[in-house]
Design a protein around this ligand. Structure first.
Ligand code: ZN
Length: 350
């Protein structure tokens, strides 16, 4: 082993993903040198602070005629094109076994992070990011209290390569009548770990990351951010409150402020990596809200960036789609070292 990962050319290393309970394959022989050249991505056009054609900017009309508030911080509205909705049919056609079906009910909302069309989390001050976290707190509490809602999924898809064409900073919320597979898996793993060891699984992960230290990007009293040992994506990052809570709304104001600072530190480094707006899928990992016992679940935020290089996507192919396990072409230690070496100030302001 070296700092960069598996040392033997042609060697594969299996790393156990304790939250997903599956192997991640780190393919050392495919490892690339750290990116040191200039970006080959086309320079992004300068965006206006307000775009009269944007359906998310303050005061603008959306498809269907609703008009956005002239909001000053964050803004939330019901998705005009939801995949789950309160109007979903309550009766479904019963299929023959082994098939099953039931109505998918719930609420889909859009969350604008800022009135500014030209900003992203990376360019927003931590105090403004804290407003976003506070909105997640309120939305998870409000939607989670609905009798038909079993889980609230908050996420942000950012960038063309994950299918988002509107650059206005925004995320989405799905409050659903079912629970999501990823969090079911994490809950089961966390409960087993608690039962077997008497300790929290995420607490043990945090301790392991602190002891190694090479993959830690940011840490303060309340929050730690790191490229996990078992990262599936090259620049995958976890942002984790140190105190175990099952839902974002259980965080104190001090923890929200710390979380916002960590989200800023991570997203600034992402943008600085190739001096471009860095695409990712950001997900809040929360327990269900159906009144069950979820004390073993440890809330955190995961960033899944699809790029390995400025114009090179991590394609999901045979191993991932067919086999169900990720093959990582790069060592998490090397990728963390790249992010750690970057300035903590956004390149546009440096
Ligand atoms: Zn806009």
């Amino acid at each position: 082993m070296t700092d960069a990962g598996p040392a033997q050319p042609g060697s594969w290393e299996q790393r156990w993903h304790p939250l997903r309970e599956e192997w991640v394959i780190v393919a050392g022989h495919r490892q690339q040198r750290p990116w040191i050249g200039k970006t080959v991505a086309a320079a992004a056009a300068e965006l206006p602070a307000y775009d009269p054609g944007c359906y998310l900017c303050p005061g603008n009309a959306r498809v269907g005629g609703a008009v956005n508030a002239r909001y000053a911080t964050t803004f939330v509205f019901d998705n005009d094109h939801p995949c789950v909705g309160v109007d979903a049919p309550r009766e479904v056609v019963v299929p023959p076994p082994p098939y099953r079906a039931s109505p998918a009910v719930g609420v889909a909302r859009v969350v604008c992070f800022s009135p500014r069309h030209d900003l992203t989390l990376a360019e927003m001050p931590p105090a403004a990011i804290a407003e976003v976290v506070d909105l997640w707190r309120g939305q998870t509490r409000e939607l989670g209290a609905r009798p038909e809602v079993r889980q609230v999924l908050c996420f942000e898809n950012k960038g063309d390569v994950v299918g988002v064409s509107n650059p206005h900073p925004h995320g989405q919320i799905y409050a659903t009548s079912f629970t999501w597979k990823t969090f079911e898996t994490e809950l089961g793993a966390s409960e087993r770990h608690q039962r077997d060891t008497g300790r929290g699984l995420m607490a043990d992960i945090i301790r392991a990351e602190q002891q190694d230290g090479r993959r830690v990007l940011h840490e303060d009293e309340h929050v730690i951010a790191f490229v996990p040992y078992f990262a599936r994506y090259a620049y995958e990052v976890y942002v984790v409150p140190k105190r175990r809570v099952a839902h974002v709304f259980e965080l104190t104001d001090a923890e929200v402020a710390a979380l916002a600072g960590a989200l800023s530190a991570v997203t600034v480094r992402f943008d600085n990596l190739w001096r471009m707006s860095f695409p990712y899928v950001q997900v809040l990992h929360q327990a269900p809200t159906d009144g069950g016992d979820y004390r073993a679940f440890h809330f955190f935020i995961g960033f899944n960036p699809p790029l390995r290089q400025p114009t090179l996507l991590k394609y999901l192919a045979g191993p991932e789609i067919g086999g169900g396990n990720f093959v990582s072409d790069t060592g998490p230690e090397a990728k963390a070292a790249e992010l750690r070496a970057l300035a903590p100030v956004h390149y546009k302001r440096a």
